[in-house]
Design a binder for this molecule. Structure first.
Ligand SMILES: Cc1cc2nc3c(=O)[nH]c(=O)nc-3n(C[C@H](O)[C@H](O)[C@H](O)COP(=O)(O)OP(=O)(O)OC[C@H]3O[C@@H](n4cnc5c(N)ncnc54)[C@H](O)[C@@H]3O)c2cc1C
Length: 433
């Protein structure tokens, strides 16, 4: 069986950026035979949140490469140039392209790597391949739509699988009820609810706000309740000094800080990224509620300081038992559909790695995002997007992607050189012993 130098799980922005970094390193004589496995049938970036009027929340200069190599052919600017839109884009006078356009840029970049990416296969587990006492290689098992299992063998691995929908506990027993769905599936699922009269949106972040506005425009006959524990919707702070936390050198600062300080930094700046929509969006929502006051017709409701305590599936709808945290009162409301804009968790990589658990003590990573492993475990395993607690808030975003992939590529090349030279050295030292 062919042995790859690297297999990448997922082909979102993180691994596309890595593929580019490796491609560019090839030009300086570092050849890494890499292959990527993506579960979607073709490239798509958060397809179910591709809402009209949604814009990037990061400058286009933080694309897949510019921060690492502004002269790369994979820059957003070169994409515009190749698509004959550079001048028109300049006239837009924005740093924040639409999400549709950025998805098109990512699709364009991904297409350069069709020869080394298998789409439509979901990686289900990663197994150790023993050679004597050592784990020298990894066997990556994936399943396609026809339930056929594929196996590939690699010297190293990078897991860049993004986030998995976070479903609050009170909804967990209703996961199969089609009337409740996560924002991750919004556009696909909302089609089934065109005649819904009353919809709840649970959450206080960018996705909850975007979905509220989308539902407001989608049908004049739908009532939408925006439900959140928070007292108000706070805007994301993207002012320049605060934004410095997304600079690449801040990663060093966070990583080198003692654990308690790291936690303090994450807490202090948590709102730059979570439960913090763009100010413009908040103003649009405020305006919707203001116009309701002007007309005297209450269509939507802003149920702030409300906590969902229980969800009950009934024939006529989903009943939510809400607790009004201000009045300390319970109330029941029934909805035709409930959208959970409740964020993502990022520890799914642990279940993919379950068969390797004995070789990773505590799943900590080094500065180059490599999981620290037992001495007899040779393959390098890197994580992208799951290192927020060690590397800072930029880890789940696009902010440091270009630079991070260069750091990973560097560590990967070192590790491959080391492992390819190892057998000879090991034989020598064994003989000496
Ligand atoms: C709606 C939305 C908008 C966002 N907008 C911004 C923004 O404007 N700016 C910003 O900086 N960040 C934004 N983000 C954050 C987002 O995490 C990053 O933009 C970016 O997508 C991270 O790239 P990634 O490749 O690490 O993860 P993802 O983009 O999530 O890609 C992971 C890929 O792995 C695949 N995958 C998962 N599991 C498996 C498996 N077992 N086998 C095979 N494939 C698998 C998935 O299908 C997916 O294609 C946004 C997030 C969302 C949800």
């Amino acid at each position: 069986m062919k042995i790859y130098d690297l297999i990448g799980i997922g082909f979102g922005p993180s691994n596309i950026a890595l593929a580019i970094a490796l491609e560019e390193k090839k030009q300086i004589d570092h050849h890494v035979e890499s292959f990527f496995i993506e579960k979607q049938p073709s490239f798509a970036w958060h397809a179910n949140m591709m809402l009209d009027n949604a814009h990037m929340q990061v400058s286009f200069l933080k694309d897949l490469v510019t921060m690492r190599n502004p002269s790369s052919r994979f820059t957003f600017i070169n994409y515009l140039h190749e698509n004959n839109r550079l001048q028109d884009f300049i006239n837009l006078k924005t740093f924040f392209p639409s999400r549709h356009e950025f998805n098109d840029y990512l699709t364009w970049a991904a297409a350069h790597f069709n020869h080394c990416c298998a789409y439509g296969e979901e990686v289900i587990e990663v197994l150790p391949e023993k050679l004597g006492d050592e784990i020298a290689l990894l066997r990556v098992r994936s399943r396609d739509k026809s339930q056929v299992v594929h196996e590939r063998v690699t010297r190293s691995l990078v897991i860049s699988i993004g986030g998995q929908p976070r479903i609050p506990d009170c909804f967990s027993s209703l996961k199969k009820d089609a009337r409740i769905f996560h924002s991750n599936n919004y556009l696909q699922e909302i089609k089934q609810h065109v005649s819904a009269k009353k919809i709840a949106v649970v959450g206080a972040g960018q996705s909850a706000s975007e979905i509220f506005m989308d539902l407001h425009h989608r049908s004049k006959h739908t009532q939408v309740d925006l439900i959140m524990r928070a007292r108000s919707i706070k805007p994301s702070d993207d002012s320049p000094f605060v934004n410095e936390i997304f600079n690449t050198d801040f990663t060093d600062y966070v990583f080198n800080s003692p654990e308690q300080k790291r936690t303090e930094i994450l807490d202090e700046f948590w709102h730059t990224n979570y439960a913090a929509p763009d100010l413009v969006l908040i103003e649009q929502i405020f305006n919707v509620f203001y116009q309701q006051k002007v007309s005297g017709i209450e269509r939507h409701r802003f149920l702030r300081r409300h906590e969902v305590r229980k969800a009950i599936a009934q024939p006529g709808g989903i009943q939510l038992i809400l607790h009004d945290l201000n009045a300390d009162n319970p109330r029941a409301e029934t909805y035709d559909a409930v959208v959970l804009a409740t964020g993502y968790h990022r520890d799914h990589y642990k279940s993919l790695l379950t068969p390797l658990a004995p070789y990773f003590r505590d799943l900590t990573v080094d500065r180059h995002y490599r999981l620290c492993s037992a001495p007899n475990f040779k393959p390098a395993v890197f994580l992208q997007g799951a290192c927020e607690s060690s590397h800072g808030l930029s880890d789940t975003l696009l902010s440091v992607t270009a630079v991070r992939t260069s750091e990973i590529a560097q560590a990967l090349i070192q590790s491959l050189n080391h492992s390819k030279n190892m057998p000879a050295k090991r034989t020598m030292s064994t003989e000496l012993v």
